[in-house]
Design a protein around this ligand. Structure first.
Ligand SMILES: Nc1nc2c(ncn2[C@@H]2O[C@H](COP(=O)(O)OP(=O)(O)OP(=O)(O)O)[C@@H](O)[C@H]2O)c(=O)[nH]1
Ligand SMILES: [Mg+2]
Ligand SMILES: [Zn+2]
Length: 282
């Protein structure tokens, strides 16, 4: 029988089948193949409800760990925890390079004062100008339009408000949420497992938050190409990495057409990849 994994809690798998939800376990073969089933995987179950086959994935993410998603909703708080543009830009790279469509969802706009709102609007507009869909977490109707018929995963920093947002979308879910730690100005890792919920005409996954993300598995070219503003700049040099290159049009536009933090973060990511590839033993 075929099904879709909606929850994994250590060794217990919940699989949605045509006969409803089934508790399943995993057959030893996957351990040998070093492939473990993920939420979002389409699988076959044998007569004893053991997962016997994982169908080919169209994509998967490692943070959060989920397969076969159409959209990654990157939930990003503007305060409490502070706006973290490094993490946002890194998640954009992670999601784009894994062939998933990103949608940015800012949260906690209600905590900003008037001047901060003006700054927030500038940042929001910039990301929109790159062609990304950008929402804030009060934009429920717009979100539902984007999510129609799709599998969406909420991802992002711990405490950003992923579970709170999903509770707003489906009032029956009652997912656990917790205030962030005031002393650390960070979330407290409330959500522990990836869970996929069917809500009307779409599916939505809640996931554990994080604050660090590794993108050193991608090539420098892949990371560069995940920055749409670089392509738009029409740099005249073929294969230019846009770093320390005289006459590079991208570098000339930094702080003008290109948001300075975006370019700083790009340089930071390239440095991380260089440092990682120079390590002998990983
Ligand atoms: N003021 C304000 N608080 C919010 C908003 N969204 C979420 N919160 C609060 O932020 C805190 C953290 O929210 P959660 O939904 O638990 O965050 P999370 O992203 O699911 O966190 P993890 O499960 O740890 O990854 C809770 O106290 C929420 O009430 C918002 O838009 N405005
Ligand atoms: Mg949560
Ligand atoms: Zn260039």
């Amino acid at each position: 029988m075929q099904g879709l994994i909606t929850n994994i809690n250590s060794t217990k798998y919940i699989v949605k089948t045509k006969d409803g939800f089934v508790d399943a376990i995993v057959k030893g073969i996957f351990r040998k193949e070093k492939m473990s089933p993920l939420v979002g995987d389409i699988v076959d179950l044998d007569e004893e409800n053991r997962i016997s086959k994982i169908y080919e994935r169209k994509n998967f993410l490692t943070r959060p760990n989920i397969a076969n998603v159409d959209i990654a909703l990157i939930v990003t708080s503007v305060k409490k925890p502070d706006l973290d543009l490094v993490l946002l830009d890194k998640l954009l790279v992670h999601v784009i390079c894994n062939h998933v469509m990103p949608v940015i969802c800012f949260s906690k706009i209600d905590l900003l004062d008037k001047d901060e709102i003006a700054n927030y609007k500038k940042i929001k507009k910039y990301y929109e100008s790159l062609g990304f869909k950008v929402l804030d977490n009060t934009d429920i109707a717009n979100f539902k339009k984007i999510a129609k018929d799709k599998i969406v995963v909420c991802c992002g920093q711990t405490g950003a408000g992923k579970s709170t947002f999903i509770n707003k979308i489906d009032k029956n879910l009652n997912l656990e949420t917790n205030p962030i730690s005031e002393s650390l100005n960070r979330g407290v890792h409330t959500t522990r497992y990836v869970s996929l919920y069917e809500i009307g005409n779409f599916m939505l996954a809640d996931t554990p938050g994080f604050s660090a993300l590794d993108i050193t598995n991608f090539t420098k070219e892949e990371v560069r190409d995940a920055f749409p503003e670089f392509k738009d700049s029409n740099c005249k040099y073929k294969d230019c990495m846009h770093i320390n290159t005289d006459g590079c049009l991208v570098q000339e536009k930094v702080g003008k057409d290109i948001l300075a933090s975006r370019y700083d973060n790009y340089q930071r990511f390239i440095k991380e990849i260089n440092e990682s590839s120079s390590k002998l033993f990983k």
